[in-house]
Each structure stands twice: as structure tokens, then as C-alpha cells.
Design a binder for this molecule. Structure first.
Ligand code: ADP
Ligand code: MG
Length: 725
């Protein structure tokens, strides 16, 4: 069977290079394609009456309510534009707590009494939808008798057309809330968190004389993923149902040759990437970079950063497009955090910053001492936020899948820390001692205005092992996982930052009210912050075992798995944080906790059941067949009078292994038959009883694999899946 998939894979690669590879059409012009399917600002200007356009801009940029007449006018223009482009339906697109997106399509068509039909789309349909919400997870917030949920138009993310084959659908990004107004989705809390961070950042900016009234969290997520031949994918029940391999011996050649990273991209993969990018361009996703990643058959795609709300929508569209286009090239896209054990996993490096409404990046060092003072304040706010809210940030990326990655000696460890780089660390060290007098790399010293030094622009150095790294003008949250919706990690970051900026603004405002000058107040504040929070700064190797010890000494949290991390979401402090800044109330946050826990339990349960299935229906039959072959061979050799010493040794060893495998399969199956008093208890049971049993079963299965003949092995191997491309 394994060899059938291999044969089919080879054939599909050959067919591709004979057909598509040769007859490739001239590439589309990216500039013309870009946003051609988006109802963006330009189209809005062209198609909306001036007063309507102005009203809509007010809604988008300042959150002003849109009156009913304007909403009708926007809906009418939107429909006209969509229908001109061939759309027959519209959908309210939303991000329920499942982690994927959901949509329900409605036709524009309205039948008339005379037997004809017209198209119609009114403001109220644009603004509000009512999907049957009962089967989306609500974390206990909503019982089925009050199952109604609403989707509410998010005007800050422009509608686009989803074209598939000959159908086109107008997609309207929406928030999803319950009958009582509670957030049932991932977009609502993100928008609220952006509001919170904006409000607090503006207070700080005012102290520095800025006239900005709004600040935006910005985000540029780098997506890692695997592409493997689809024939292999179909031959692996674990990939189909769990997104990762549950068995599989390590290949003789792994990633040790380091010949993959940034290497040339295989032709078929490149063609697939190019189509993904073109499709993303059309719907306005500003994809920028592509390259090979560290592991064989692993790649990365990254956009230009955007306002975080838009970036999240675009990130979801990127994942959907990758999954959707890959099959056209005979490929399967794996977005799981750890599709292959022993091979690098995939993350989503979440580049994050904040910028004012004029586009000034608040985490970029400036040119003047005054700018630098402001930069250091925002930078200190991040340091304080990450230290104070490390548990929340850790929990925001916790999942069964990410548990294979964090702390698994390749990805950032489960301990949150910040990489600042030598230059900034040095400056903060000087600040800690009272005042910074110079910059380490010979930057000019300017203390005319303040006690702070002038910063050179390029912070220079790099670190690949930190979970939260300063990279010159932004922070990169690297613990985020490849498969997850990045909305919640960004919500958590914004929440933490809002609290930090609030505290800083209050302190500075107080000092200034007492007549202190800004520079002195800032100097004192920075010293205080760095003294209290410097433990979070670590510039060394985060993979080194010594770091774990050092982190323990510093009393940093080391929450090694989802079960340990998730309770951080519902600590008194976190609940208050989210409530205070109106991001999620207690019920809403508790609901997330419930959903994440359930998700963990379900994921482990599905994986364990799949392992039992694969053990009984794939691996054992193959192993028993080989056992019989060897036994028959030994019998035949004996009757021919030959030596059976080695044959018997092989048979004995193999038989013991297979017996052990069967016993372990049954043991795992028995463990799955278990009820717990609560989801928390069950999660602990899964972690402590089920996952270790899965690991033991896998180890035995993988040992059987390397002893069993290729032609009998029913599953594509790592060597085939990762290297045939
Ligand atoms: P690096 O080499 O440090 O990873 P890149 O310039 O390649 O830097 O950027 C990586 C990602 O960071 C890109 O998606 C980019 O758009 C994003 N990024 C750059 N600046 C910002 C910012 N101010 N806010 C958020 N993301 C940013
Ligand atoms: Mg990067």
C-alpha cells in the first residue's frame, strides 16, 4: 500500500511536469490583480454617493454609527458591484470559537409575484445576519433554547468576492455575538482589545505632545506549513483526521544536512505557491515573501503587516487558500504544528507593533532624543506587559498541537521571555542604574534634552530561539502555532499592553500634574519598570537546558503543556484585566477557557482512537503477515536441514515486539474508556494517562516499521512523504 501511494505520487509529479509544468501560462500581473476582488476604499469612493462615503469613512475610522439610509446605500452599491462581478450570493463570514471560519450563503435573488425575480440587498442584511448558531461552541454561554446568534458587519475589514469555479460569493466579514450581546467569536474581543490599546496609547502619546487620536495594533504573521504529495496524504488516516502523523519512524536522512532552508523551491511547489499568492492578491492580501523552511517539504509565506484586525482576517484567508489550492497541484497542505515527529514543527511568527493614525510606528527608535524617550517608554510598556502577563500570553497559544512544539527543543520553549538584543539591553541596564549615558555601539550621545541616549537605528543582532523577540521596530511573538487563528494571541497582547500603558500614563500624568518635567518623570519610571521586570529579558539560547534552571531562579512561569497553561485564562487577575478594558466579561472569558479545554480533550481523544484504529487495521495485520513469512521461512530452512539460528532470533525478537504492540494497543483502548467529573479533570487524565500510553504505542509501532518489509508496510513512510516532491 505504501508503495502504491509512492507510485501514484511519482506519477502525479511526472504528469504535472509533462502537462502543467510545460504549458504554464504567462503569470498574471500582480499589480493589476491586487485587490481586484475587494470592495476597498477606492471602489467605495467611486461607487458611493459622497455623503454616504463620508458617513462610511466615519464608521470605519472613528467607529461612528452608520444611519439606516447610508447603510441601505452602501448595501445597494455593494450588491451592484458584486453582481457585476458575477456574484449570486452573499455570506456573513465569521470566526467562531472553533478556530476556523464559518459562513452561510444567501442568494441576492428575490422572486416576484409575476414569476420573475430581482436581486436585492438591504442595509439591514448587510449589517446583521442571523445564522443558526446552535452548533457552534459557546463554552456554555448559550443553551440551545436561546440558540440565536447574530453576525454583525465589521466595516473596518472590506468585503471581497470569493470566486470558486463558476461561482462568486460576496463575503462580508462579521463579528458573531449571542442574543444577549456576548461575544461568541474571535473577532469581537480582538476589536475590543484594539480599542483598549488605542485609548491607553493615546494617553501616553498626548504626554509627548502628539495629536493622534487613534492608535492601531499592527500585525504581520509569518505562516509556516508543509506541502506533501496528496497521494501520501490520502494513504494516511492520521493525516486526514488528525492533521499529523501518529506513527512514523524517523527517516535515515532528516534535516541534519541543512540543505532545505532557503534552498531552491521545487517546481511544482513553486507553481502552487504562485497560484496561492495570485489568489490572495486578488482578495487584497498583501503577500510578500516565500521561502523554504528548515524541515524538508516545509515552507513559509508572509505578508506585509497591516492593522491587526485586517491581518487576522487575511491570515485566515491565507490558511484557507493554501489548503484550497494545494490539491490542484496534487499536493496537500499541512498546517498542523507538528505533522512529523522528530522533524521541525510549524509556527506562526506573529510580528506585532503599534502605530498611530499617522502611521508612526511606536516601537521604532526615532531620530531625536525626544523620539527616543517615547520609544523607550513604549518598549518598557511591552517589557512590563510580557512579564506581568506571561501566563496569559502562554495560555493564548496553548493547544494539544502546540504542546508538541513549545519546549520540544526546536521551537521557543514554554517559558515566556523577551529578547531585546545587546544594544537595547545595555541601554536598559544603564537606565536601571539611574541614567543612560551612552550607547554601546558608539551611537551619538545626546543628553541635551533628557537623560536618555540617542539610539542607532538598526538594533542589529538576531536571535532565533526567543519566544518574544525585538527585531528592530516590532516584536515577534514566535510561540504562536501554525494552525491557530492568531486573533486570540493578539487580543491577549493588546490586553496586556493596554494595562501596561494605562499604568504608565497614570504615573506620568500624576508626576506632570505635580510639576515634574516629562524627561525626569520618564527617567524615573523607566528605572522603576526595568528594576521590576528585567527578569523577563533573556538574550541567550532559549533551547539550552541551563535556561530552564535560570528561568526557575527568576521565578518565570514554565507551563509545559496546555493543561498547565489554560488556567491562566481564568485567574482573578486575568478575568479582571479583560473585564476592566471591556474585552471579555467573566462569562465570555470563562467560555473561551471551556472551549479550549474541550478542544484539547477532543483532539487527544480523536488522536488516541485513530492510533487504536491504525494499530489494529494497518500495522498489526502487516506485522502478523511478516511474522508468518518469517515463521514459514524458518520452517522451510529447518526442513531443508539449514541453520535456523538467525531466523529464529529474528522471529523471536519480532514476535515479542508485535505481542507488546498488541498489548499496548489494548491498554490504550482501555484507557480511553473513562469518564471524568469535569473537563479539567479529564484534560489532566488525557495528559497523564492517555498521552503517555500513545507515546509508548508509537514507539513500538515505529520499531516494527523499520523491521517490516517495504512491500508489506501499509502506510507511506516519512522518507517518502518528506522527500518525494
Ligand atoms: P524579519 O526579517 O525581522 O522577520 P521582515 O521585514 O521580513 O523582518 O518582517 C517579517 C514580518 O514582520 C513581515 O510580515 C512584516 O510585514 C512584519 N512587520 C514589519 N514591521 C511590522 C510592524 N511595524 N508591525 C507588525 N508587523 C511588522
Ligand atoms: Mg521573522
Amino acid at each position: 500500500m505504501g508503495s502504491v501511494a509512492l507510485f501514484e505520487a511519482a506519477k502525479s509529479i511526472r504528469d504535472w511536469s509533462i502537462n502543467e509544468g510545460r504549458t504554464a501560462t504567462t503569470p498574471g500581473r500582480a499589480v493589476e490583480a491586487f485587490a481586484s476582488l475587494v470592495f476597498n476604499d477606492k471602489v467605495q469612493q467611486e461607487r458611493l454617493p459622497k455623503p454616504v462615503y463620508t458617513a462610511l469613512r466615519g464608521t470605519i475610522t472613528r467607529g461612528e454609527p452608520l444611519d439606516a439610509a447610508s447603510a441601505d446605500a452602501v448595501a445597494a452599491a455593494l450588491k451592484e458591484w458584486a453582481v457585476e462581478h458575477g456574484a449570486t450570493h452573499y455570506t456573513h463570514w465569521f470566526q467562531p470559537m472553533t478556530g476556523i471560519t464559518a459562513e452561510k450563503h444567501d442568494s441576492f435573488l428575490v422572486p416576484m409575484p409575476d414569476g420573475t425575480a430581482i436581486t436585492e440587498f438591504r442595509g439591514k442584511e448587510l449589517i446583521k445576519g442571523e445564522p443558526d448558531a446552535s452548533s457552534f461552541p459557546s463554552g456554555g454561554m448559550r443553551s440551545t433554547f436561546e440558540a440565536r446568534g447574530y453576525t454583525a458587519w465589521d466595516p473596518t475589514s472590506p468585503p471581497w468576492l470569493h470566486v470558486s469555479g463558476s461561482s462568486a460569493t460576496l463575503v462580508i466579514p462579521t463579528a458573531f455575538v449571542s442574543w444577549t450581546g456576548e461575544a461568541l467569536d474571535k473577532k469581537t474581543p480582538l476589536l475590543r482589545s484594539m480599542e483598549a490599546v488605542s485609548k491607553q496609547a493615546v494617553r501616553v502619546l498626548k504626554l509627548f505632545g502628539s495629536t493622534a487620536e487613534r492608535v492601531f495594533a499592527t500585525c504581520g504573521p509569518e505562516q509556516e506549513y508543509f506541502l506533501i504529495d496528496r497521494n501520501f496524504y490520502f494513504a494516511r488516516p492520521d493525516l486526514i483526521n488528525a492533521g499529523r502523523t501518529l506513527f512514523g519512524a524517523r527517516p535515515p536522512k532528516g534535516q541534519e544536512m541543512e540543505d532545505q532552508y532557503f534552498g531552491s523551491i521545487p517546481e511544482r511547489v513553486l507553481a502552487c505557491m504562485a497560484e496561492v499568492e495570485l489568489e490572495l492578491f486578488k482578495v487584497g492580501v498583501p503577500v510578500k515573501t516565500r521561502h523554504n523552511e528548515v524541515a524538508p517539504s516545509q515552507y513559509e509565506i508572509a505578508p506585509v503587516f497591516e492593522n491587526a484586525n485586517l491581518a487576522v482576517d487575511h491570515q485566515m484567508m491565507t490558511m484557507e487558500t493554501l489548503r484550497g489550492i494545494a490539491p490542484k497541484y496534487g499536493l496537500a497542505c499541512l498546517l498542523h504544528e507538528k505533522p512529523f515527529a522528530g522533524v521541525n514543527g510549524s509556527g506562526k511568527h506573529n510580528n506585532w507593533s503599534i502605530s498611530d493614525e499617522f502611521g508612526n510606528n511606536l516601537l521604532g527608535p526615532g531620530d531625536t532624543p525626544h523620539d527616543n524617550m517615547q520609544f523607550l517608554v513604549f518598549c518598557a510598556a511591552v517589557i512590563r506587559a510580557v512579564d506581568k502577563w506571561q501566563g496569559l500570553l502562554r495560555a493564548s497559544v496553548a493547544s494539544a498541537g502546540n504542546d508538541h512544539r513549545l519546549g520540544a527543543n526546536e521551537a521557543p520553549p514554554a517559558i515566556l521571555s523577551i529578547f531585546l538584543g545587546d544594544m537595547l539591553t545595555d541601554i536598559f541596564e544603564q537606565i536601571e542604574k539611574g541614567a543612560a549615558k551612552s550607547t554601546k555601539h558608539g551611537g551619538t550621545l545626546d543628553i541635551g534634552v533628557s537623560v536618555l541616549p540617542k539610539l542607532p537605528r538598526d538594533a542589529g543582532d538576531r536571535n532565533r530561539t526567543s519566544p518574544f523577540a525585538f527585531t528592530g521596530n516590532k516584536f515577534e511573538f514566535r510561540a504562536v502555532s501554525s494552525g491557530q487563528n492568531i486573533s486570540f494571541p493578539n487580543t491577549a497582547l493588546n490586553a496586556a499592553m493596554a494595562e501596561s500603558l494605562d499604568s504608565i500614563a497614570s504615573e506620568l500624568e500624576g508626576a506632570i500634574a505635580k510639576g515634574e518635567d516629562l524627561a525626569t518623570a520618564v527617567g524615573r519610571l523607566l528605572t522603576k519598570i526595568i528594576k521590576a521586570h528585567k527578569r523577563i529579558i533573556f538574550n541567550g539560547n532559549n533551547y539550552a537546558p541551563a535556561w530552564e534552571k535560570e528561568a526557575a531562579r527568576r521565578k518565570l512561569l514554565n507551563l509545559k503543556n496546555t493543561v498547565d497553561a489554560l488556567p491562566q485564562l481564568v485567574t482573578r487577575e486575568t478575568l479582571q484585566l479583560f473585564d476592566k478594558y471591556r474585552i471579555l466579561n467573566e462569562r465570555e472569558l470563562h467560555a473561551r477557557y471551556e472551549v479550549f479545554l474541550e478542544n484539547y480533550n477532543k483532539t487527544v481523544n480523536v488522536e488516541a482512537n485513530l492510533m487504536v484504529l491504525m494499530a489494529n487495521r494497518y500495522i498489526l495485520p502487516a506485522a502478523l503477515a511478516y511474522q508468518k513469512d518469517v515463521a514459514q521461512s524458518v520452517a522451510a530452512v529447518r526442513s531443508a536441514g539449514g541453520s535456523t539460528v538467525q531466523g529464529k532470533r529474528l522471529l523471536g525478537g519480532y514476535t515479542r515486539l508485535v505481542d507488546g504492540f498488541k498489548a499496548q494497543t489494548d491498554a490504550l483502548e482501555r484507557r480511553l474508556d473513562h469518564n471524568s467529573a469535569s473537563a479539567e479533570k479529564h484534560a489532566k487524565y488525557m495528559r497523564d494517562k492517555v498521552i503517555p500510553a500513545m507515546s509508548r504505542l508509537r514507539e513500538l509501532g515505529d520499531r516494527i516499521e523499520v523491521l517490516t518489509p517495504h512491500e508489506l508496510w501499509p502506510l507511506p513512510t516519512y522518507r517518502e512523504m518528506l522527500f518525494v516532491k
